[in-house]
Design a protein around this ligand. Structure first.
Ligand code: ADP
Ligand code: MG
Length: 602
């Protein structure tokens, strides 16, 4: 076998495999070039999810015909005037995007210099074509100052790559994500996106919070927490959603390092840790977070597409994220997203009391007023209404917890007036009516109590009459054994019992008669998921939620009035009591005004 130097067109094609693995990656490179060229306006046109066409037009600096020819050569860049890669402020600097894209598509570059302050813009633009790496035609072109890049037939001659592409719809989704990320990174720039002739995004220059809400969810204005923190040379800003405002997928998490959109495992993991016991494992918060730090503290050149970064002090960054976000979530206290929302009111009022088919549910969904529906809104038949009230009262033996005439002290969650369906506590507060999900609330209180006692002296233990043997696999048993001493502080007494089993001698007393082997198994699988990257204390905090899930009090327990009021008072002083360990709200409040609106009094 003899060694040969690869010809440049082959080098380009190999590089293209890393830089442009799909249309969205090509799009990202093109938009970044426009932003680097100082564009104030970026217009994107796509066809067939970008497979047929990716076109980016900007009003940036433009290029002379001479520069255009250089731009499509490998390792030609205007962005590294000296050798200091760590000091680059531009998105690009590797000088390989244009030649890579041009090697796997029909590529057209048009540009016209934008004339700086003194000089007039170039009278004409210039056009340069490249067909799958081969120079094609060139000549004058008519266009306003700026640059337009058109990429057609992407990967058509690279069947191996083409095979890995997904449907046009999925590829379009990835393109939209790219535009969103960059539009968030640069709120001062206007962006438009058109797909198959339809305009799907258009944003004007704006301030950051507004741009984020416009691109993500307008409801983030109410359900988001602003973040603004500084620790040493690290700065963290942006917005994160309340634990009650989450999504089923982690598709709305936007992270930026020094203005560059990144998808970094360390950062995503930190997010997860900050929210861990506040939301269910299959829910994800919505976030847009901007980390700023000196260029010497971060290496952006670890991935050809520059979506991954390497921090000089990863633990410091992680600490700021986990600690900072956690502090913000703590400060949000028992705030719940279900509180006094138009949407929550609508949900509430639209739930039919009795037989749903008997009459349409009154709804506030359209505009807030009670809908007039003469045909359906007849008084319910006596038989039906009787049935409905019976149902309510059968399940509410503690209905008269407090005489309704007693004065209402100024407790935020009010005074318990009764229990409904042995599941919900109804309370009267000064400013409205409060409904508490007693199971969800209790679970949260147990968690916070466990954490408190584990921190000070340890949780009380309940010895098992007969120790329980739990079969696990060996690494799981190893992981549990490793932290057996710490688990002891949570009231769980474990011993190694052969290579693949643990022996449980005592369980945490506050959990009551808990299923010991279920608890240990859940802890083991939780530990496996957490992986090795967490510090011990952090691990324990995360594990506490698993304990709380196993407490034995469930919905359906009838509570006495003092028990209900005790629960309400404890919620008021317990951090995070506004939502359960799975992120569902633990209580909702209907303000007096909302009630009046329900009855058409306003
Ligand atoms: P890099 O961005 O890493 O420098 P590229 O291959 O993406 O490498 O681009 C090569 C060069 O072409 C850039 O350094 C820049 O000078 C020029 N260029 C590319 N796109 C544009 C554009 N939209 N406007 C002006 N100049 C551009
Ligand atoms: Mg570039």
């Amino acid at each position: 076998m003899s060694i040969r130097r690869l010809p440049s067109h082959l080098i380009d094609r190999i590089a293209a495999g890393e830089v442009v693995e799909r249309p969205a990656a090509a799009l990202k490179e093109l938009i970044e070039n426009s932003l680097d060229a100082g564009a104030a306006n970026v217009e994107v046109r796509l066809r067939g999810g970008g497979l047929d066409l990716v076109e980016v037009t900007d009003d940036g600096s433009g290029m002379s015909p001479h520069d255009m020819a250089l731009a499509v050569e490998r390792h030609a860049t205007s962005k590294l005037p000296d050798e200091r890669i760590e000091a680059v402020a531009s998105f690009g600097f590797r000088g390989e995007a244009l030649p890579s894209v041009a090697s796997v598509s029909r590529f057209t570059l048009e540009s016209r210099v934008h004339g700086s302050a003194g000089s007039a813009p170039a009278a004409d633009g210039w056009r340069l074509e490249i067909d799958h790496g081969n120079r094609g035609g060139q000549g004058p072109a008519a266009l306003p100052p700026g640059t337009r890049v058109r990429v057609e037939q992407l990967f058509e001659k690279v069947p191996a790559r083409r095979k890995f592409l997904r449907s046009p719809r999925a590829e379009y989704g990835a393109c939209l994500d790219v535009v969103r990320r960059l539009a968030m990174a640069r709120p001062d720039v206007a962006f438009t996106l058109e797909h198959d002739g339809r305009r799907s995004l258009s944003v004007q220059p704006a301030a950051l919070p507004g741009r984020v809400a416009e691109l993500l969810d307008p409801a983030l204005v109410v359900n988001g927490l602003p973040i603004d923190l500084i620790r040493g040379s690290l700065q963290l800003g942006g917005v994160i959603s309340l634990p009650t405002f989450t999504r089923g997928a982690a598709d709305q998490q936007f992270l930026f390092v020094n203005g560059r959109p990144v998808k970094d495992r360390l950062l995503v993991g930190s997010l997860r840790a900050a929210y861990h016991d506040l939301i269910a494992r299959d829910r994800s918060p919505i976030v847009a977070l901007f980390i700023t730090l000196p260029g010497s503290e971060v290496d952006v050149n670890v991935h050809p597409a520059k979506t991954e970064v390497r921090f000089a002090d990863p633990q410091g960054v992680r600490g700021l994220l986990v600690g900072g976000l956690r502090a913000a979530l703590d400060a949000a206290g028992h705030r719940s997203a279900g509180r006094m929302h138009a949407a929550a009111t609508a949900r509430w009022t639209s739930a039919p009391l009795a037989d749903a088919s008997a009459r349409p549910a009154p709804g506030l969904s359209s505009g807030g007023g009670v809908r007039e529906d003469p045909s359906g809104w007849q008084p319910a038949l006596p038989a039906i209404s009787r049935h409905a009230t019976d149902m309510l009262f059968e399940a509410a033996p503690a209905a008269a917890a407090e005489p309704a005439t007693a004065p209402v002290p100024a407790f935020p969650l009010g005074v318990a007036r009764g229990q409904v369906a042995a599941t919900y506590i109804v309370a009267e507060a000064e400013d409205g009516l409060v409904i508490v999900d007693q199971h969800a609330a209790h679970e949260r209180l147990v968690l916070e109590r466990l954490k408190r006692s584990a921190g000070s002296g340890g949780v009380a233990r309940q010895n098992l009459l007969l120790p329980v043997v739990v079969e696990l696999d060996e690494p799981e048993a190893d992981r549990l054994e490793e932290i057996a001493g710490e688990l002891h502080r949570f009231g769980l007494e474990l011993e190694r019992f052969g290579p693949t089993a643990m022996l449980v001698r005592a369980t945490p007393a506050p959990l009551g008669n808990v299923d010991a082997s279920g608890l240990v198994r859940d802890l083991a699988s939780e530990l496996t998921q957490l992986g090795g990257s967490h510090r011990l204390q952090e691990k324990l905090d995360l594990l506490a939620a698993t304990f709380a899930c196993h407490h034995s009090v469930r919905a359906g327990r009838i509570l006495s009035a003092p028990e209900m009021n005790a629960l309400l008072r404890e919620m008021e002083v317990t951090p995070h009591s506004g939502h359960c360990n799975h992120g569902r709200p633990t209580w909702v409040k209907l303000a007096h005004g909302d009630i009046e609106r329900l009855f058409g009094r306003r």
